[in-house]
Ligand binder design. Structure first.
Ligand code: MN
Length: 280
C-alpha cells in the first residue's frame, strides 16, 4: 500500500516554527508536500490573489528532505496552486494547516488564513485540520501540541471525515502534563472589540493601527473558548456552508408574499400534476 499524501500549509509563512513542527508529525504518516506563503499572511481569511500574478519557488526552509514550495500569495492561494499545479492531478488524503502561532478559536475562524486554507481543502473534499497554539511568540515551543496533532492525524487518516467538513483544533499554552485532554466543542459566540490606536505620520496625516480585545460573553460550557480556558484542547467540527438553517421556518412567508399574481409556483404546478395523475 502506498503511503498517504499529506498537503501542509499555514498562514505564518514557510519559515515559522509551527509549520516545521507540523511537517515533522506529517512525515511520520505519509508523503508530505508543503506549499506555504513566503511571508506572514495571518488574518487574510479566505482571500485569493486575482489582480497580480502569484510566484512559486522551491524552498529549502524545511530541510533538504522535504518537498516544499513557497508562494507569494495567500494561504488559500497555496492550496489552490497545490491542487491545480503542483500535485499534477494527485489528490491529497489529508490537508494540515498550521500550527498557527496564536488562537483561532471562536470567531477567529473567519479571519484566520490558517483555517481558510483548511476550509479551501475541505471544499475540494479533502479531509482537513487546522491547528493553532495559544502562544503568539515566534520562538514558541510546540512540543506539548505534538501528541494531539499525532493522534488526530492518525484518527482522520483511519476514519476519514464527512464531506465538506474540517476540524478547527486549538491547543492551550500549557506544559504538556497540565493539558487535561481534548473536547469536541461548538464555536463560542465570542468576538473581538476593536481598538484603533490613532497616530500621525511625519507629514501630519492621521493613521490607525488595529488592535482589539477578545470578549467572551458566551456562558455555555460546551464551547471552544470554555474548553481552552479550562485547560483542554478544543476541536470544533466546522463547515463552509454559511446558511442559517434556523431561519428557514420564519422566512418561508417571504416566498409567498413575493409571488406575482397569475404566476404559478413550482409547488402549485406539482400539485396540479399530482391531481391529474390521480384522475387516471
Ligand atoms: Mn497566523
Amino acid at each position: 500500500m502506498s503511503r498517504p499524501l499529506i498537503l501542509v500549509t499555514n498562514d505564518d509563512g514557510i519559515t515559522a516554527g509551527g509549520i516545521a513542527a507540523l511537517v515533522k508529525v506529517a512525515q511520520e504518516f505519509g508523503d508530505v508536500l508543503v506549499v506555504a506563503p513566503d511571508s506572514p499572511q495571518s488574518a487574510q481569511g479566505h482571500a485569493i490573489t486575482i489582480s497580480v500574478p502569484v510566484f512559486v519557488r522551491e524552498s529549502e526552509a524545511l530541510g533538504p528532505d522535504v518537498e516544499a514550495y513557497e508562494c507569494s500569495g495567500t494561504p488559500v492561494d497555496c492550496v489552490k496552486l497545490a491542487k491545480s499545479v503542483l500535485l499534477a492531478g494527485r489528490t491529497p488524503d489529508l490537508c494540515l494547516s498550521g500550527i498557527n502561532h496564536g488562537s483561532n478559536a471562536a470567531i477567529n475562524i473567519l479571519y484566520s488564513g490558517t483555517l481558510s486554507a483548511a476550509m479551501e481543502a475541505s471544499l475540494e473534499g479533502i479531509p482537513s485540520i487546522g491547528f493553532s497554539f495559544l502562544n503568539y511568540r515566534a520562538d514558541a515551543d510546540f512540543s506539548a501540541c505534538l501528541p494531539y496533532v499525532r493522534h488526530l492525524v492518525d484518527f482522520v487518516l483511519t476514519n476519514g471525515m464527512a464531506d465538506g467538513s474540517l476540524f478547527n483544533v486549538n491547543i492551550p499554552d500549557l506544559p504538556a502534563d497540565q493539558i487535561r485532554g481534548l473536547r469536541v466543542c461548538r464555536q463560542a459566540e465570542a468576538r473581538w472589540v476593536e481598538e484603533y490606536t490613532r497616530s500621525e505620520d511625519p507629514r501630519g496625516r492621521p493613521y490607525y493601527w488595529l488592535t482589539g480585545r477578545f470578549v467572551n460573553e458566551d456562558e455555555r460550557t460546551d464551547t471552544d473558548a470554555y474548553a481552552l480556558e479550562h485547560g483542554y484542547v478544543s476541536l470544533v467540527p466546522s463547515v463552509h456552508d454559511l446558511t442559517n438553517h434556523r431561519a428557514f421556518e420564519s422566512l418561508r412567508i417571504i416566498e409567498g408574499s413575493l409571488q406575482p399574481e397569475g404566476v404559478t409556483s413550482e409547488a402549485e404546478e406539482e400539485e396540479v400534476a399530482r391531481q391529474r395523475l390521480e384522475q387516471f
